[in-house]
Design a protein around this ligand. Structure first.
Ligand code: ADP
Ligand code: ASP
Ligand code: MG
Length: 410
């Protein structure tokens, strides 16, 4: 008997009518004789509301209680979907993270799954029951406290459950019918891909394409979970195939650039007249890393008269904290002044074909210059390059690169 995990995101379960529609998708698979575990997100907007309430209650809230609060959104939709399934004659029960159980570490707010006990869910299958699992949440075994997996974490719940119960595939249902060459809401000419390689999907997700949480792609890749992205808005009787995330060898037509990703959640910090001597970079970046702040692009100019300027980016959510940390140790590091900019965006081009092609990034620099887009910083690696620009030019830059690399739909 084949076994399937189906995941439905926030917009797919936004109200009871949509939850009924999800139930119809699930019934189709059950009627086809499959054992089904469904993973649900909170209703769209719900998690944002819960997060805002925590911040309103206290700016520096207890992360463990934050998890207790934000995990509640998924509890509601799991119960509602089980009810909707029962209503159309499909036996079902809900499973919360601690009931499955889905064990995680204790990094509250962005916990990582350590193991999943799938036996209870499988027992349920034997009774002919659909398992409706609350996404995004788990439990820390030693403390017994509820944890959450970071924003977008239901994708990871789904793929990890698929690995744990040895499902034949994991279908991630969302509000678009697959993975596109870039966000179809920003570029109407974006094209849906039938397949995308794990490595490319990893880069796209980590560079801002929020269609899948990065961690879910890692888990799918490591455990070889056959994962599809498809639409919950398709007719439940006749859904589209969606996009398969697969190994590089399974890509038929390789392109130099496969996709363009962008992120507006970036902030730039510049330190001026930093002493140019050994140990300075460590003095700047160690305290940030100790505070759990990720630094991304780093640019240092050639020094003149023994000092240099250093520019780098952090996530915009970490900007104020990073600024405060550096300000405190200004004398110790020895720089003259510090400037910051939050209205910046990072645009990236991704493609496995870049490994074997030279000059891919250079064309982009020229094309952006022709549109009058100034580049603040650049980073490159084997299968991607990124440029940091003024946020106001985000859409122009994404569209420019999308057509430059021949990705526009006919
Ligand atoms: P869900 O609530 O189902 O988890 P998300 O909002 O997290 O859905 O992810 C789906 C959204 O991702 C789409 O609505 C789309 O705007 C956005 N997106 C960004 N980049 C891409 C891309 N390359 N392909 C498809 N969707 C993308
Ligand atoms: N509800 C959570 C969020 O909005 C998890 C998810 O939807 O994947 O981040
Ligand atoms: Mg999502």
């Amino acid at each position: 008997m084949s076994r399937l995990v189906m995941k439905f995101g926030g917009t797919s379960v936004a109200n009871v009518e949509r939850i009924r529609n999800v139930a119809r998708h699930v019934k189709r698979e059950v009627d086809a004789g499959r054992e089904v575990a469904v993973v649900v997100s909170a209703m769209s907007g719900k998690t944002n509301e819960l997060v805002a309430w925590c911040k309103e209650a206290a700016p520096l809230y207890d992360q463990r209680e934050y998890d207790a609060v934000v995990a509640s959104g998924e509890q509601v939709t799991a119960g509602l979907l089980a009810i909707a399934l029962q209503e159309i004659g499909v036996p079902a029960r809900s499973w919360l993270g601690w009931q499955a159980p889905i064990y995680t570490n204790d990094t509250h707010g962005s916990a990582r799954i350590e193991s999943i006990e799938g036996a209870g869910i499988i027992e349920g299958f034997k009774r002919g029951e659909v398992a409706v699992v609350a996404g995004f949440q788990g439990v820390h075994k030693d403390s017994g406290r509820i944890t959450t997996l970071g924003r977008g974490g239901s994708d990871t719940s789904a793929v990890a459950i698929a690995a744990a119960i040895h499902a034949d595939r994991c279908d991630i249902y969302t509000d678009v019918d697959g993975v596109y060459t870039t966000d179809p809401r920003v570029v109407p000419k974006a094209r849906r891909m039938d397949r995308v390689a794990f490595e490319e999907m990893l880069e796209m997700a980590s560079l801002g394409a929020k269609v899948l949480q990065v961690r879910s792609v890692e888990v799918a890749m490591v455990h070889g979970v056959r994962t599809y992205v498809r639409s919950s808005f398709d007719d439940p009787a006749n859904p589209g195939e969606g996009t398969l995330i697969c190994n590089e060898e399974d890509i038929v037509e390789a392109q130099v650039v496969t996709g363009i990703a962008f992120s507006r959640d970036e902030a730039q910090i510049t330190l001026r007249n930093v002493a140019d001597k050994p140990g300075v970079a460590a003095a700047v970046f160690m305290p940030l890393s100790e505070a759990g702040i990720n630094v991304d692009m780093i640019v240092q100019v050639v020094s003149e008269k023994g000092t240099t300027d250093m520019t780098f980016t952090v996530g915009s959510a970490d900007y104020e904290r990073a600024f405060a940390i550096l300000d405190k140790i200004k004398a110790e590091i020895g720089f003259q002044s510090m400037a910051g900019e939050k209205e910046v965006a990072k645009i990236s081009a991704i493609g496995i074909g870049m490994r074997s092609h030279a000059g891919v990034a250079a064309c982009a620099f020229r094309a952006l210059a022709e549109k009058g887009v100034n580049i603040r910083a650049i980073t490159t690696s084997e299968i991607k390059f990124s440029v940091l620009i003024d946020e106001a030019y985000t859409e122009l830059a994404v569209r420019t690169l999308h057509s430059l690399y021949g990705l526009d739909a006919a």
